[in-house]
Design a protein around this ligand. Structure first.
Ligand code: NCD
Ligand code: ZN
Length: 343
């Protein structure tokens, strides 16, 4: 096969940031993706409908002129989130999902949830009105090893929530483990996003031969057996699994630092990497399901009308960095030649 045409893809988990960074990186996503679920972890976070409407306006203003990219907004769930505001934001179609960060789990998550009993009413409301919950699934308990935090979250937090509210639509975001993939596949109303980079790297890529800050993200990449489980899930065609790049730009100064920020920036080359990965696994025929069909089906949204054609040829070169008004951002290096280009 040397060309592949699929429905235009969406990104079901994306960090666009704000200000000069937003302006600099939005074209990288808008070039290839029709829609994206926009993460609300700004400083301060997007917690109210008003915040979400204003952020959406800033994104629309930063969009390249000829692009019809559509941001799908989310609210950042806090223990103070008002039910009335949540309902109103959903009713007017302003938000597509609500994001749950355990307090302190990742970049800009200090306002997240510390005690899950305190968001019970909000989650009940969401289950009633059919508003999906996107979950950053890691416990923050200092006694739990960072490589075990996703599996422990599933047992201690996610499974009890799902049992109490089986109708609540839950997206297990950026899963990194076999346990995550197995859990999502086994339960109704539970989907999972998988990032591009977690299909490519395992923890050795971060730590062997010197520390590689541009491969550090949260949840951190795990052992090879988990990467293989994610490859199997993503390429399976199972509607449980869909693309959420978690493309999360930080300027190089903050990545290449004694306390480097978490996040891999993959917006620029994601589709080329995915085509390479799916071809390696003899699964090019399921790329469309993963990138363009399964996400809208989970969210109850239409599939995009447009298409994307990928063509195989000589290796494609992508820029090493994207220049933004906030500073340079390094593009994820998959450490393999990419033969598929978006035409
Ligand atoms: C994200 C960020 O930088 O905002 N970082 C990351 O490593 N993925 C936050 C997140 O999604 O955890
Ligand atoms: Zn993220």
């Amino acid at each position: 096969m040397t060309t592949l045409t699929i429905k235009r893809p969406d990104d079901w988990h994306l960090h666009l940031r704000d200000g000069d960074m937003l302006k600099g990186i939005l074209p990288e996503t808008a070039r290839h993706f029709d829609r994206a679920i926009i993460m609300p972890n700004l400083i301060p976070p997007v917690v109210t409908a008003k915040d979400a409407a204003e952020y959406r306006d800033r994104i629309m203003a930063a969009k390249p002129d000829n692009s019809d990219f559509k941001p799908l907004m989310t609210l950042y769930l806090t223990e103070q989130t008002e039910i009335k505001d949540l309902r109103a934001a959903h009713e007017i179609g302003l938000i597509t999902a609500v994001k749950l960060y355990p307090a302190g789990a990742t970049t800009n998550s200090a306002s997240g949830v510390s005690d899950f009993r305190n968001v019970r009413r909000q989650l009940e409301t969401m289950a009633q009105i059919g508003l999906p919950l996107c979950v950053h699934g890691e416990v923050t308990d200092p006694d739990i090893d960072i490589f075990d935090r996703e599996a422990v979250f599933i047992d201690r937090i996610l499974d009890p929530i799902r049992r109490e509210l089986p109708e609540l639509k839950i997206v297990m975001e950026h899963i990194t483990t076999k346990q995550g993939a197995d859990y999502a596949a086994a339960h109704a109303n539970t989907g999972a996003t998988i990032t591009t980079h977690h299909l490519v790297i395992n923890r050795n890529h971060i730590l062997v031969g010197g520390i590689k800050p541009h491969y550090y993200c949260l949840p951190v990449a795990k052992r090879e057996e988990h990467r293989l489980a994610l490859r199997k899930a993503a390429t399976s065609g199972d509607p449980t699994f869909f693309l959420g790049t978690d493309s999360a730009p930080h300027i190089d100064d903050l990545k290449e630092h004694a306390c480097g920020c978490a996040g891999c920036f993959t917006a620029t080359n994601t589709m080329s990497i995915l085509a390479e990965v799916f071809e390696q696994d003899d699964a090019l025929d399921t790329l469309e399901a993963f990138a363009s069909l399964n996400g809208p089906a989970f969210y109850g949204l239409p599939v995009n009308e447009g298409t994307m054609t990928l063509t195989k040829g000589d290796p494609v070169a992508y820029p090493e960095k994207i220049t933004t008004g906030a500073g340079p951002v390094t593009v994820f290096d998959p450490q393999m030649p990419l033969h598929w280009r978006v035409s």
